[in-house]
Ligand binder design. Structure first.
Ligand SMILES: *Cc1c(COP(=O)(O)O)cnc(C)c1O
Length: 387
């Protein structure tokens, strides 16, 4: 666990230098990877360094946490072995019988977990359209609801939920608000400043940014009893990130500001161009004025609308699959937030019961030349339409 003080320098500056940490023995500008699993106890039987054993805590992990806490303006952050382990650590900090409100359209693996495993823990989960503030007001029950979960923008329609309004509803009922901010990135949205209690990131995605680490993160506005249960969950479930992965995550985050802005600029340009494409029925991107969540997104996202967009291909599912098959530059793969652009026929991976339209292609814009990205997808759309 690490804390951050109010920074003197901008976040872009601080992240580029990974908070400027200099290794004291050699004065190296890059920290060593702390691999030790155990630490020497002092002769007076104390652990004055604060390090005892590698499962609760690690110095390289703490460095990654300090960078994330700085970005989120958080009191503390924790990194986990995956986004899923970070998210589930929050739900497992609840007690059996607690009521939870979660989005109908959300990251599918977490939705599956809430539909199946969370029941064994005794959680009562209601799935609600979180982009509808009135529906949220009805769903959140004073005294009974203990956690409201949001994902904004959310997979795969990039629906927007109003963090500030829903924080008011949650807190009015005595519930905590957790926000999966993976797609927004801390560059564009700071949920804690909008009233959220906990922010979650699949650090696998934009925070690391290079499609080579599975990791998760949580950040909190307050180190209260609920947060302490989350800390205990990570320790007891052994869900801490490994030191090598933590090092890669720190290295990835050094360029977070540049990458997130470049990818969002590409996404915005592609959204605009494909909106006028003969073979595209609709483009879903919160940066477009036509998107139902645009006004709220424009208020709660600053500097960009993220790297994720979806297109609905004219001609239905088969044409959408054929379009994905016809790209040569875009990589046909799941996941998101990397420097390389990915394309995915989303309904195929979500399976039965998915609310994802069958003609939808999910696009994760990377940082390549936007002209190349447009040209490749344009030719794939034309070929899929027999042109
Ligand atoms: C990928 C993802 C997760 C899960 O993260 P993992 O690191 O794969 O466990 C959760 N939420 C969102 C929005 C994601 O994109």
């Amino acid at each position: 666990m690490s804390s951050s003080k109010t920074p003197r320098w901008s976040k872009r500056t601080l992240t580029a230098q990974a908070l400027g940490h200099v290794e004291p023995t050699t004065h190296a500008v890059v920290s060593p990877i702390h691999v030790a699993t155990t630490y020497i106890r002092d002769p007076d039987n104390q652990y004055t360094t604060g390090y005892v054993y590698g499962r609760p805590d690690n110095a390289t992990v703490r460095e990654a946490e300090a960078v994330i806490a700085m970005w989120e303006e958080a009191e503390a952050a924790l990194v986990f072995s995956s986004g899923m382990s970070a998210a589930t650590a929050v739900f497992l900090a609840l007690a059996p019988g607690d009521h939870v409100v979660a989005p109908t359209v959300m990251y599918w693996a977490l939705r599956n977990w809430l539909l199946t495993e969370a029941k064994h823990w005794g959680l009562v989960v209601d799935f609600v359209d979180t982009s509808d503030v009135d529906a949220m007001r009805k769903a959140v029950q004073p005294g009974r609801t203990k956690l409201v979960w949001l994902e904004t923008p959310s997979n795969p329609l990039w629906s927007i939920s109003d963090i500030q309004a829903i924080a008011g509803i949650a807190h009015g009922a005595g519930a905590k608000l957790g926000v999966d901010s993976t797609v927004a990135t801390p560059v564009f949205t700071r949920p804690l400043a909008l009233g959220a209690d906990i922010v979650m990131h699949a650090a696998t995605k934009s925070l690391n940014g290079h499609s080579d680490v599975i990791a998760g993160a949580l950040a909190t506005g307050k180190q209260d009893a609920f947060w302490n249960r989350i800390v205990a969950n990570r320790r007891n479930l052994g869900a801490i990130l490994g030191p090598f992965e933590a090092f890669l995550l720190i290295r990835g985050m050094r360029t977070l500001d540049l990458r997130a802005r470049a990818a969002a600029a590409n996404a915005a340009e592609l959204a605009q161009r494909f909106s006028n494409h003969a073979h595209v029925a609709a483009v879903l991107y919160p940066g477009l004025k036509t998107h139902p969540g645009h006004d709220i997104a424009a208020r709660q996202m600053q500097g960009g609308f993220g790297a994720m967009l979806s297109i609905r291909v004219r001609g239905g599912e088969a044409t959408a699959v054929a379009t994905a098959a016809g790209v040569t530059l875009w990589k046909r793969a799941t996941s998101l937030g990397g420097v390389e652009s990915l394309i995915e026929h989303r309904a195929s991976i979500e399976g039965a019961g998915s609310p994802c339209p069958p003609d939808l292609l999910r696009l994760s814009a990377g940082i390549e030349d936007v002209e190349d990205l447009y040209a490749d997808l344009d030719q794939a759309l034309r070929r899929a339409h027999g042109g």
